[in-house]
Design a protein around this ligand. Structure first.
Ligand SMILES: Nc1nc2c(ncn2[C@@H]2O[C@H](COP(=O)(O)OP(=O)(O)OP(=O)(O)O)[C@@H](O)[C@H]2O)c(=O)[nH]1
Ligand SMILES: [Mg+2]
Length: 370
């Protein structure tokens, strides 16, 4: 990376937990790959065992992972992960997904890349995905909207630093709902261009790719941000990453099991009054994989990537981000696993689980545009 004259196009897509970042990046990766470009993806999380990394790798993409803290706090890990991808794949494009509870990324990631690694990277306009299910309530200032005022603060700061806002999930929204979100954005972020897209169907992606291709002086919206409120907002979330080995005497339907686990978690968390930001699980076995998600307790669980297979063994990864104590969250996850597995005659053996509240972000760099 340091010796060649070529620059790598760096495209980072931010947005709240469950907004559709991974789905968008997978679609963009396919788009660029289909056009003969070499693509590397960098995922990021507060802990190891990422559903996103597993899912993107299972879809055939070259993925590097920064795990243990967000890009801003592990800036050097981001650089070395990109260098690793460069050595393996010489990517024309790096697609990066920051942690969904992270903000202030223009000052802590994009400006440092621009200023300290100017020769190696060309930086695309910073794009942030709006999650309609929580965004509508937060932008309307509804009482109890989103999770808490501090989490809503993070959500709003994410939008504030964007060069482009994507209203995602238009496949599910009525034209009136899209207009309402546009109107709310007109009030809050009148200067920021926006696009309505569906990461699921690909609607709006031609315009998105065109926008991302622009060369210009983007990534200049450095936030005025209160790190105490930001840190407290992040710490309100319980975070759980768990890996589990499943085994059964008779083959079981993997998709039924994945959807069952997420649906059961949804039910028990809703009954207990806890709001989920994102629950996701992936089951992997011998090249087969399936993914189930829940992006809000007000909607149903869904099988986003079906495996359509029956297996007797399976590696399962569960990631949960929920507004509750992580120990309570772990109890809900374990109870859901035990109940759903037992119903299908499956034995679940926990391999490792990390559960915590995210710590205060301490960025490696924080730079103003020059
Ligand atoms: N209907 C619909 N579903 C979508 C769309 N985009 C994403 N989803 C679904 O929303 C869920 C979350 O999508 P992800 O791409 O994993 O979201 P994310 O922002 O990467 O989530 P985190 O990494 O946990 O922050 C998955 O079930 C996706 O299938 C969309 O445009 N329409
Ligand atoms: Mg993701």
């Amino acid at each position: 990376m340091s010796t060649s004259e070529r620059t790598i196009r760096f495209i980072m897509i931010g947005g709240f937990l469950g907004a559709g970042k991974t789905t968008t990046l997978a679609r963009l990766a396919r788009h660029y790959t289909d056009r003969g470009l070499s693509v590397g993806i960098v995922t990021n999380d507060q802990a190891a065992d990422l559903v996103d990394t597993n899912s993107l790798r299972a879809q055939g993409f070259e993925v590097g992972e920064v795990a243990g803290a967000c890009f801003c706090c592990r800036f050097q890990d981001l650089i070395s992960t990109i260098q690793g991808l460069d050595a393996a794949k010489a990517p024309d494009i790096i697609l990066a997904e920051p942690v969904g509870s992270c903000t202030d990324l223009v000052a802590t990631v994009l400006q440092p890349l621009k200023q300290l690694y100017n020769a190696q990277f060309s930086i695309a306009p910073y794009t942030v995905i709006l999650k309609p299910s929580q965004g509508r309530r937060i932008l309307r200032n509804e009482p109890g909207g989103g999770f808490s005022p501090k989490a809503a603060y993070i959500f709003e700061k994410q939008l504030e630093e964007a060069d482009l806002i994507l209203i995602n999930r238009v496949d599910e929204l009525t034209p009136a709902e899209v207009r309402e979100l546009q109107g709310l954005l007109d009030e809050r972020h009148p200067q920021t261009p926006r696009l309505a897209i569906s990461a699921k169907t690909g609607a709006g992606f031609e315009e998105l790719v065109e926008f991302l291709d622009q060369q210009g002086d983007f990534c200049r919206r450095v936030l005025d941000i209160d790190y105490d409120v930001y840190a407290e907002g992040e710490a309100e979330l319980g975070w759980l990453n768990s890996s589990v080995r499943l085994h059964a005497e008779q083959p079981f339907d993997l998709d039924t099991l994945l959807l069952g686990i997420v649906s059961k978690m949804r039910q028990s968390l809703t009954d207990a009054g806890y709001e989920a930001a994102h629950l996701k699980t992936i089951g992997l076995w011998e090249g087969f994989f399936g993914v189930a998600n829940l992006v809000s307790t007000t909607v149903s669980a869904e099988l986003s990537l079906p495996s359509r297979c029956r297996v007797s063994d399976c590696d399962l990864v569960v990631n949960a981000r929920v507004a509750c104590d992580p120990l309570i969250l772990a109890d809900h996850v374990r109870a859901a696993l035990v109940e759903v597995c037992a119903a299908q005659g499956v034995t679940a053996t926990e391999q490792q689980t990390q559960k915590f509240r995210p710590g205060r972000p301490v960025p490696t760099h924080r730079l103003q545009p020059v």
